[in-house]
Design a protein around this ligand. Sequence first.
Ligand code: AMP
Ligand code: MG
Length: 508
Amino acid sequence: MSNQPAHDQQGVPYARGTPAGDGRALRFDNTFSRLPATFYTRLQPTPLPDPYLVAFNPSAAALIALDPGVAATPEFVETFSGNRVPPGADPLSGIYAGHQFGVFVPQLGDGRAILLGEAVGPDNRRWDLQLKGAGRTPYSRMGDGRAVLRSTIREYLCSEAMHGLGIPTTRALAITGSDAPVVRETVETAAVLTRMAPTHVRFGSFEVFHHRKQYEQVRQLADYVLREHFPELLSAEKPYLSLLSEVVYRTAELIARWQAVGFCHGVMNTDNMSILGLTIDYGPYGFLDGFDANHICNHSDDSGRYAYGMQPGIAHWNLYCLGQALLPLLDMDEAEAVLQKFEPAFDTAYVTLMRAKLGLQSPEDGDPELIKSLLGHMQSSRTDFTIFFRSLSLFDSTAGSKNEKLRDQFTGREAFDAWAAGYRARLAREASVDAERRDRMHRTNPAYVLRNWMAEDAIARAREDRDFTRIEEIRALLSDPFTEQPGMQRYAGYPPDWASAIAVSCSS
Ligand code: AMP
Ligand code: MG
């Protein structure tokens, strides 16, 4: 460390003694903390007793040129458990509000998350390094400011699984753990997840100031988001309207991707909606096993507000909340017109993705019907979403072939046969070649998704035996979910019987 250069090429001083990549230290450039203090509270993380490393993700580390070698150092563990604030960091917790299950809560905020600072990557992009579970903050309300090992493993694995699927998401850098007890339904142990994103600003970050009638703060935050994250919109005729429009399109694209991979978020409150259109705040999420549009992954969601099939409509509703919060900066009719773009944008993105899942290359008017009727049959049979689409790549389009392996996934075999006849005719119309289509479909229909039982298995080993190897095994597997990997067949099959007893709630 002693012979590291004191300055980089741009003359920005390196903070000495932070976990080093390529022999140098992390470099911070904290744009959010340069905003007025209305937007956050500066504070220090609460130390985590006797921390140890649970997981380290080399793929996220590369974004900030963090050498994987540093993960094993005590310095790294001390820093990413919140025990030692690296030079150049400027820790803070952000304030936000949110509509939770449809009810407005005027003040939430980072109740257990602390933004250490924004680390600058080798490409000069900045990444929030946020410690989740780093102690109480002024926004903790009744909470203890902690996260349990179980929930950090779930968030760590799922954010990387989503990234592997090509779905916009916050990233996960590391988990540190401690034997310190944390009380949930039972006594568990504490952990800190370090997550990364260009920003963690949410819809709710705007709602809090709108509700307080602090319209100048709404403007300052919008200016900040435009400047730092959508600079190309600054030259638009109406930058604030363009910002809303961009968020509408990004959110539509995001939710289409969720639907097309069978992902259920579970808690789509407006405080869990990223202004960048990232998947954020992984709690009681789930991937569909058997297809069920009404699937509710969150055990605490009694009414099914956030059921799988509700997600597009909820995203649209949430965008209206954002539009409302930005209204002081917008013309009402123009905002309304932009918000109405959500449905067509979602429909287009969704059909495009589903068409690709079916291996189709050129659009046809009847495609939405073809997709809908397939999902109808899958619903009746509770056909496994991931397994079916992966195996559909093996569809034999030769006249007369029965496609037994596919048809066996349906209780109504004749219904499948009828659908398959239509599909076969559709393939013929675009002169689809089986072998080529199979390769295409393998690149869009994953062999592996993060089913609850996989996370549960990794959690059980971590908690009971302090064996963290499964976490890394699953992370590595899901970083490339489209390629079948040797020895990993169990992750591509149906969930084990015990999986049906898993219930995930908001408790984290
Ligand atoms: P969530 O349902 O995880 O999106 O959290 C909703 C709000 O509760 C956010 O403001 C969180 O920061 C806060 N929160 C959740 N768990 C805790 C906790 N253990 N301690 C303090 N605040 C928490
Ligand atoms: Mg949240």
